[in-house]
Design a protein around this ligand. Sequence first.
Ligand code: T1G
Length: 693
Amino acid sequence: MSAINSVTDLSIEDGIAVLTLNSPPVNALSAAVRDGLADGFRSAIADPAVNAIVLVCEGKTFIAGADISEFGKKPSGASLYDVQDIIENCAKPTIAAIHGTALGGGLEVALTCHFRVGVPSARCGLPEVNIGLLPGAGGTQRLPRIAGAAKALEMVTTGQHVPAKACLEMGLIDEIVPEGNLRAGAVSFAKKVLAEKRPLTKVRDSDAKVEAARGHPEIFADYRKANAKKFRGFLAPEYNIRCIEAAVNLPFAEGLKEERRLFLELMNGSQSAAQRYVFFAERQVWKMPDIPDDTPTIPVAKVGIIGAGTMGGGIAMNFANAGIPVTIVETAKDALDRGLSVIHRNYENTAKRGRLTMDEVEKRTALITGSLTLEDLKDCDLVIEAVFENMDVKKEVFAKLDAIVKQGAVLATNTSALNIDEIATATKRPEAVIGLHFFSPANVMRLLEVVRADKTSKTVIATSMQIARRIGKIAALVGVCPGFVGNRILAQRQREAQKLVLEGAMPWDVDRVLYEFGFPMGPFAMSDLAGLDIGWTKEKSKGETLRDMLCELDRRGQKNGKGFYDYDENRNAKPSPVTEKVIEEFRAKRGINARKISDEEILERCIYPMINEGAKILEEKKAIRASDIDIVWINGYGWPVYRGGPMFYGDLIGLARVLAKMREWQSQMGDVFKPSTLLESLVAEGKGFKDLK
Ligand code: T1G
C-alpha cells in the first residue's frame, strides 16, 4: 500500500490496483481528494503491473459529492473535469466500488468508470437540486444514457437516493457484491471483467437510451406540467430538466457545454447560495455550545402524552412511527375514543396512499395505548402535556405529573406560547421541565422547537434533542419568551398584514405578494383555512376587529365557504366583494382614508419587522444562532428555502436597508418598529448576521 497523498492510498493485488480514498466525514471531492484521484489513477495507469483499477472509499460512504464548503472559494487542486478525463480515457478497466451513498460529483466520478459495483445497502443519487444546483460534472449527460430520460428526469429533479437493487435494474450498477465485502467483491469483479474480456464502453458513447427519447418532447412537457406546483419558485428543477433535454437532443460534448452553462448560472445565483446555506444550517442547528456532545442522556423507551386532541394524537404518532410505545391519557372516554380513531384514520389514509402497508398500520397503532388515568404514566421516561392552552390547567397537570411520574423522567409541555418557567414552578423538579413545541399537523410538520426553561438541566435538553432526531424532526433549541422564536416572529408579520389592510390594501393583495415571494399561502388565506372563529364567540365579540365583523356575518372561513375569500365547491378562493365592503366600512368607521400601497411596501412591511424581531431574539439569547431562526421559519412556517430564511434574506438585501426602513416607519407609525440594538450595531460595523459568532 503506498500513499498517493494524505487522503488517498494505492495498493496492487494480483494485477488489480485498488485506489482507496479516506477523507472523513463523507469523502467529499475536496482539492485533496481530486488530487489523490488524479495522481492515483495516473500512477495505476502508468504501472505495467496493473491490469484493472478499483476505486473504493473508507469510512461511512463512497464520495458524497463535491465539497460544498469549497463553493464560492478560489479553486485549487486538480479540476473535477480533469480527474474525470483521466478516468474515462483509461485503457484499463475501471470499477467504482460503492457503499453508503454515491451522490452528486461522487456518482459523476463513478459514471466515468467503465463499471460500478455496490453493496446491497448502497444508494446512488444526484441531489444537487436540493442545494439549488444541477449535476455539473456530466451527470445530466451520462445518467440518461444509462437510465433513460424519464428516470434521469426524476432523479435529478427530486434528488432521491436510489437503492442498489433499483440501480442494478436500471443498469447504474453492474453487480451487487456481499455486504461488508465490497473491496474483495470489487477485485473479483475486476478479475471477471479481465477474464471475460468485457468491452470497455464509455457511458458517454452509449446513445441508445437518449436516442429513444429523441422526438418525444412530450416527455418533458408532461413532466413540467405534472410538477409545476411542486417546483413553483425554484430555478434548479427547470434547469435540470433543460439539461436532460440537452442530453436527448444534442451530441454529448454539446450537452456537456449546455450543462456547464446552466450550472454556472445557478451557482452564481442567490437561490443556490440560500439552499447551500440551509444545507449547513440544518447540520449546525443540532450543535449546542453549552451542551457537550458527551452530556449523559435519558434512554426513552416509554412515552406518555396527556390530551388526545389534534396535537396529542399527532405527537403520539411520531413516537409510534419510531417504534416507541406511547400511552395517551384523556379525561373522558369519548374524547379518548375520538382521539384514537383519528389516529387510526390518519394511518389508514396513509396506507390508502400506498405509503404504509396495513401490517405497518397495525404495528404502529398497537404501540399506542389509550388511558383515562395519569397513574398509567408513572414509569414513562418522557411525558408530553398537550392540553388546553391555559396556565392554571397546565400547572395543575404538572403538579399531578410531579407526584406520579418516576424521578429522572422528562416532563415536557407542548405549549406554543405560555411561560414554561412558570409551568415548572408547579413541580419540585423544574430541572426536568422543558418545552417540546410541535407544529400542526404534528405527525407531518418536521419542525420542533425545544424550549429550554431557566432551570432545565443539560441532560434533559440533550435527551430532548436526541429524541427529536429519533422521531425524524429537525429541532431548534430556543429560550422562553412570548411565542418563542417562530410565533414571536409570526406576530410581526400578522400585525403588519392586518394594518396594511386597514391602510388601503386588500387581503388578497397581501396574500398575493407573500405567495409570489414563495410562501405556500398568505396570512388571510391561512386564517380562512384554520377557521376565522377559532377562540371566537358571538357573546364575547365586540366587532372591534375585521375577524369579529366577518364572523358576525357568519363568515367562518373555508369550512363554510366564506371568510376573507369566497370559496367554490372545490374550495378555490376568490376575492370577496362582501369582505371588501366590510373593510371599507371598517375604515370609514375609524376615519381611515385608504391609500394605494405598492407590492414592494407590502413585502417590506411584512418581512422587515420579522428580521428585526429575529435580531431581538438573538440579542436576548433566545436562539443560539441566526441560522437556527431560519431553520425554524423554513421548516415550520413555509418560508421558501431558496430565500434562505428571514435572517439570511436580511443579509442578502442588506441590513442597512432594513434598518433605514424600520427607522422611517418608527418615525411615522411608532415604536412597534423600534430597531433592535443588534441590528443597529451590525449596520454600524458594516456586518451581517452571517458575521455573528
Ligand atoms: N460537502 C461538504 N461537507 C459535506 C458534504 C459535502 N458534499 N456532505 C456532507 N458534509 C458534511 C456535513 O456538513 C456534516 O458536517 C458531515 O459531512 C456529515 O453530514 C459537481 C456540484 C452524505 C447523505 O448534496 O446528503 O456534487 O456537521 O450530518 O446524515 O455535480 O451529508 O459534521 O461538520 O449530513 O450521515 C452533492 C450532501 C454536492 C450530498 C450523509 N452532494 N450530503 O448524511 O451526515 S454538489 C450532496 C448529504 C455536487 C457536482 C455537484 C449527507 C449524506 P458536520 P451529515 P448524514
